[in-house]
Ligand binder design. Structure first.
Ligand code: SF4
Length: 358
C-alpha cells in the first residue's frame, strides 16, 4: 500500500526524530511530486521525481516533471511511449542514460509487475536505473518503509550534528550509520523527506539558519559555531578540457544532418550534430577539415561552444558544409522540426549558435 502521511503520534514525544517531524508538519516544502499531508503517496510520481532529481536541482526538475506527468500520467502510459519520445521530452535534463533506464524501468513495471512498483528496497533495486539511494527513497517515501535515505542534504545535516572529521567521499559509511541511528520506525517516509527539507531550507551549505532549526540543542557544530566547515570534502580533481569540431551539414532544402550516437557511453542513443573525436589537443583548422565525416567545401562558422559535463569540459568549433543528398547513417532534420529530435543540451547550443547566432 502507498504511504499515507500521518500526524505525529504524540505531541509530548521529545526525541530528535519527533522534533524533526513536528517541524516538518509545520514547514514541509510543497513540491509537485509530493503528497500533501493526509494524502496517499503515488509511487509513480515518487519514482519519476527521484530519477529526475538525480544530479539535478528541484527548480530544474519541476517543469519537466509536470510535462511528463501530463503526457504520461501513469507508469503504463510511460511504458507505451517510444524511447525517442521520452528522450526528446527529457532533453535538457542531462545524463541521458537515466532517461533510457526510466523508459526501460516503466516497461518492466508494466509488463512484469502489473503496473505496480515493488514496495521493498530489495524489489526496487532489481529495476533498471534504481540504485541504492533511489530504492531507499522510494521505499520510504512511497511505501513508508523504514529505509536509510542518504543524499547531499542529509549528509550535511548529520556531518554538522556530529562534527564528523572524516572527509567525503570516505565519510559516506559513517554518515549512513549516523543517519540509520536517527531514523525512526514511525513515519520513516516523512522523516526522510524532513531530513531533505531541513538540509535544503535550514541547514544550507552557506549561512545555515540554526536559529530556526529544531535540532540546534543537539548540534555539535552549532555549539562550536563552525557549521560551515562541515561536511569536509576531499578536493576534486579538475575536469580535463577536450576539443572537437562539429560539422553543420545542410542539404539544398536547408535541412540539417543529424546522426544517432551509440547506445553506450556519454549521451548514448541521443541525436547529434556529427563531430570529430573529442581529444585533449585543440584541432588545427586544416586537420579538422581533413577529419570531416564527408567531403564538402567546409567553411568556418562563427561561435565557440563550451559545454561542461560532470567529468569533461568540452570546447567545440564549428564548420559548415553543403551536401547534395543524405549519406548513409544520417538523417535530415528540417530546421523548424529540430525540437522533435532528442538533441542533448550541448547539441542545442550548436543549433543556437548557427541558427540564432547566439
Ligand atoms: Fe544544521 Fe544549524 Fe541545525 Fe546544526 S543547528 S543541524 S548546523 S541548521
Amino acid at each position: 500500500m502507498p504511504a499515507r502521511h500521518r500526524k505525529p503520534d504524540s505531541a509530548s514525544d521529545d526525541t530528535m526524530p519527533a522534533r524533526l517531524l513536528a517541524w516538518y508538519d509545520r514547514h514541509r516544502r510543497v513540491l509537485p511530486w509530493r503528497a500533501r499531508a493526509g494524502e496517499a503517496a503515488d509511487p509513480y510520481r515518487v519514482w519519476l521525481s527521484e530519477i529526475m532529481l538525480q544530479q539535478t536541482t528541484v527548480a530544474t526538475v519541476g517543469p519537466y516533471f509536470l510535462t511528463f506527468l501530463a503526457r504520461w500520467p501513469d507508469v503504463n502510459a510511460l511504458a507505451a511511449a517510444s524511447l525517442d519520445e521520452v528522450l526528446t521530452a527529457w532533453a535538457g535534463l542531462g545524463y541521458y542514460a537515466r532517461a533510457r533506464n526510466l523508459h526501460k524501468c516503466a516497461q518492466v513495471v508494466a509488463s512484469r509487475h502489473g503496473g505496480r512498483f515493488p514496495d521493498s528496497e530489495a524489489g526496487l533495486l532489481e529495476l533498471p536505473g534504481i540504485g541504492g539511494y533511489t530504492a531507499a527513497a522510494i521505499a520510504a517515501i512511497a511505501f513508508d518503509r523504514r529505509a536509510v535515505v542518504m543524499d547531499g542534504n542529509v549528509e550535511r545535516v548529520v556531518a554538522r550534528l556530529n562534527r564528523v572529521k572524516n572527509a567525503l567521499p570516505a565519510a559516506k559509511p559513517e554518515f549512513r550509520a549516523l543517519t540509520d541511528a536517527l531514523t525512526p520506525d514511525q513515519r520513516p517516509g516523512d522523516f526522510a523527506q524532513a531530513m531533505m527539507d531541513l538540509g535544503a531550507t535550514i541547514c544550507t551549505p552557506r549561512k545555515p539558519r540554526c536559529g530556526l532549526c529544531p535540532w540546534r540543542d543537539d548540534c555539535a557544530a552549532f555549539k562550536a559555531g563552525d557549521a560551515e566547515d562541515y561536511p569536509r570534502k576531499t578536493p576534486k580533481a579538475e575536469r580535463p578540457i577536450l576539443h572537437a569540431t562539429a560539422y553543420w551539414m545542410t542539404l539544398p532544402d536547408g535541412s540539417v544532418l543529424l546522426r544517432r550516437r551509440a547506445e553506450e557511453g556519454l549521451l548514448g542513443g541521443m541525436m547529434e550534430i556529427p563531430t570529430n573525436s573529442w581529444r585533449a589537443a585543440p584541432w588545427d583548422p586544416d586537420e579538422a577539415r581533413a577529419a570531416a565525416p564527408f567531403d564538402a567545401q567546409w567553411r568556418d562558422l562563427p561561435g565557440n561552444i563550451r559545454h561542461v559535463f560532470t567529468h569533461i569540459d568540452l570546447r567545440l568549433t564549428l564548420l559548415g558544409g553543403r551536401l547534395e543528398k543524405v549519406p548513409a547513417g544520417l538523417v535530415a532534420a528540417p530546421l523548424d522540426k529540430l525540437g522533435d529530435y532528442a538533441l542533448p543540451s550541448v547539441m542545442r547550443k550548436i543549433v543556437n549558435a548557427v541558427v540564432k547566432g547566439g
